[in-house]
Design a binder for this molecule. Structure first.
Ligand code: ATP
Length: 481
């Protein structure tokens, strides 16, 4: 028997669907608002959700991420009165099973329902054999973060090298630890090497260790980080900062898993699993001869690109929730609530420092409101409030196709008519930006031969954003041929 949730504000349609589902021995619940639907989906355990697009309290498509944010997510069938191809594409991109248009016949409901159940039975039997992923501290329900968690689960069951890229503060170290802690190596060391902080003169001894008397001051034998990582994981943080000499030395260690402590005549071996991370663009660094191509090749067996926070704004609320509880606990104060405009301000900001900056911002807001029960925008740093406000003001750009409004026309001096073919400055800027974006994306697709993963690394764009831009500019990623 399947548990089915119907989210549809149309009482007659929802009732009819529920009856139909119950008549074939499944169990159906019907709710008439999105909010009730999301709550029900998070609390219950549903196999299938029929989701209407136009709901009184919002667009059903916007709720898909939340509906799928449970441990064993349901399959979603979007139902709509008015089919729209971009909505259909969005629904599928967000992870829906299908997008169907009303009117609905019993066959169009029962058939996908049966297929989904068969598919889920298959999934259950696989997941019985697959160990579950412990998300550790990782918060987020967006599609991109779920894709990253899938990649964590897969890499945890392999020994291949992983290269994590992403802007500063996106969680590269957090994800690296999650891979280690979900792997068979979890009971051994997770050794972090911060390549940016490794002094060139001491690098080899720090990595490989040294024998007593190997150099002045070496008054006893010491193990290096590579030896400490034996059986565990070596995390090379900021690998883009490693100098070319060390890159050469490291390449050999990676190839053979052998090293020689400074001052020793014998080689030792270390069975470490390597995870590297960088917030720089390694492909560009190779192109500029700042990074060895052979080393990049070795490091990048499993690439994992973490999206910037601005590309997954739906994660801001759950992250904020988690951080408020964490900060309140550490300050020994009562957990605080927050107003909707507090979250709105956070969502309107661009977060160049990503999740780390959000955490620092929440810390500062909680300290600011130490004796108050609720957080408001006014508790946020002024810079964030100003940027968030100005970003919303900039939104409504003038549309080129829109005729000049009569009251504006009336105010134009007569001789301005000569200039009428010239768009206003805002419109001109928008068009130039559009052209520049399009030209860049075309070049990007050509340079990477349509490879989305490489394109993300080079451009610094997240997958979802890149796909959206390609669609917006009507660029076929294989169109460079
Ligand atoms: N998805 C997430 N859920 C919860 N906390 C997160 C998440 N991503 C990052 N953080 C938190 O944000 C902070 C920064 O994360 P982390 O140090 O892993 O980022 P990073 O990408 O390695 O940064 P850098 O490039 O500057 O070294 C940490 O406190 C981490 O716990």
């Amino acid at each position: 028997m399947a548990n089915v949730l119907i989210i549809d504000d149309d009482l007659e349609m929802g009732g009819m669907l529920a009856e139909l589902v119950n008549s074939v021995d499944h169990h159906a619940e019907h709710v008439t608002t999105l909010q009730a639907g999301v709550q029900e989906a998070l609390e219950g355990s549903y196999d299938v959700i029929f989701l209407d697009v136009r709901m009184p309290d919002g667009c059903g498509l916007d709720a898909i991420d939340q509906l799928l944010g449970v441990e064993f997510p349901p399959e979603i069938i979007v139902i709509t009165g008015q089919g729209d191809s971009s909505d259909a594409e969005l629904a599928i991109t967000k992870g829906a099973w299908d997008y169907i248009q009303k009117p609905l016949s019993p066959k169009r409901i029962i058939q996908p329902l049966n297929r989904i159940l068969k598919y889920r039975d298959g999934l259950r039997s696989i997941s019985r054999h697959e160990p579950k992923l412990d998300r550790e501290e990782i918060v987020g329900t967006s599609t991109v973060i779920r894709e990253c968690l899938d990649a964590v689960a897969k890499s945890a069951h392999s020994s291949a090298n992983v290269l994590i890229t992403g802007e500063t503060g996106t969680g590269k170290e957090l994800f690296a630890r999650a891979i280690h802690n979900n792997s068979e190596r979890r009971d051994r060391n997770f050794i972090v090497i911060d390549c940016a902080a490794l002094p060139e003169t001491l690098a080899e001894s720090a990595l490989f260790g040294h024998e007593k008397g190997a150099f002045t001051g070496a008054d006893r034998t010491a193990r290096g980080l590579i030896s400490l990582a034996d059986g565990g994981t070596l995390f090379l943080d900021e690998v883009g900062e490693m100098n070319l000499n060390l890159q050469k030395v490291f390449l050999r260690v990676l190839q053979e898993h052998k090293y020689r402590p400074v001052g020793s005549k014998t080689e030792r071996s270390s069975d470490f699993r390597l995870i590297a991370a960088t917030n720089r663009n390694p492909v560009l660094m190779v192109q500029n001869s700042l990074f060895r191509e052979d080393l990049l090749y070795r490091l990048n067996s499993i690439p994992l690109t973490l999206p910037p926070l601005r590309a997954r704004k739906e994660d801001i609320e759950p992250l904020t929730n988690r951080f408020i509880s964490r900060v309140c606990r550490s300050l020994h104060c009562e957990p605080k609530d927050f107003s909707p405009e507090f979250i709105e301000t956070l969502q309107n900001y661009d977060w160049p420092g990503n999740v780390r900056q959000l955490l620092n911002t929440v810390e500062s807001a909680v300290s600011e409101a130490l004796y108050e029960p609720t957080l408001f925008s006014k508790h946020l740093p002024r810079e964030i409030r100003i940027k968030a406000v100005t970003s919303t003001i900039r939104q409504p750009e003038t549309n080129a196709a829109e005729p000049v409004r009569p009251e504006r026309e009336a105010r134009l001096p007569a001789d301005t008519n000569e200039l009428s073919p010239l768009p206003n400055f805002k419109e001109h800027r928008r068009m130039v930006m559009q052209q520049a974006e399009k030209a860049y994306l075309k070049k990007l697709m050509k340079a990477t031969r349509g490879d989305i993963r490489k394109s993300c690394i080079i451009s610094g764009l997240g997958r979802t954003r890149l796909y959206t831009l390609l669609k917006e500019h009507d660029i076929d990623r294989m169109g460079w041929e």
